[in-house]
Design a binder for this molecule. Structure first.
Ligand code: FES
Length: 159
């Protein structure tokens, strides 16, 4: 659903305005404002990036540059459950690519995208810090380790 600044998303823009009013003029205000914006909207649509740029008197490309540089920012709406399959070295060596491929096949969803029903977003991630459990994936805050590709279907069924 598109962003509607004067309709359904009006309140969110008001919240963001309050954040910006509070932080404007502080050195390094852009990052925390963008983090707050992502908490409010769930992601950083281009309309929100434009709003931040206008309010801070900077260009949209400056905001966009930050949004695309840092992995913590997402530019598309996320699914209800966000899956992250670790492609860090330890997990990769233990076959995490096959786990990721299997998920992509089952969900009919390319890596980095969200399923059509909005239920899952499928991401590849860097090391999740649980290398002892390689290969590892996370669904939301839940960690699944020592995974085999044929186990993922059963795990997904829980969601
Ligand atoms: S490499 Fe996957 S958790 Fe560290």
């Amino acid at each position: 659903m598109p962003i509607d600044r004067n309709g359904k998303d009006k309140e969110k823009f008001q919240q963001l305005q309050a954040v910006i009013d509070d932080k404007k003029g502080m050195p390094g205000a852009l990052m925390p404002i963008m983090q707050n914006a992502q908490e409010i909207f769930g992601y950083l649509p281009i309309e929100v990036q434009q709003f931040i740029a206008d309010e801070l008197n900077i260009t949209l490309s400056e905001v966009y540059g930050v949004a695309t540089f840092y992995a913590q920012f997402v530019l598309e709406p996320q699914g209800e459950h966000v899956i992250g399959v670790c492609l860090g070295t330890a997990c990769y060596v233990k076959g995490s690519q096959a786990v990721l491929d299997k998920l992509s096949e089952i969900l009919h969803c390319p890596v980095g995208k969200t399923t059509e029903d909005g239920k899952f977003t499928l991401n590849a991630t860097r090391c999740l810090g649980a290398c002892g459990l390689a290969p590892v994936m996370m669904i939301g805050d839940e960690v699944y380790g020592r995974l085999k590709p044929d186990e993922v279907e059963g795990i997904l069924a829980k969601y």
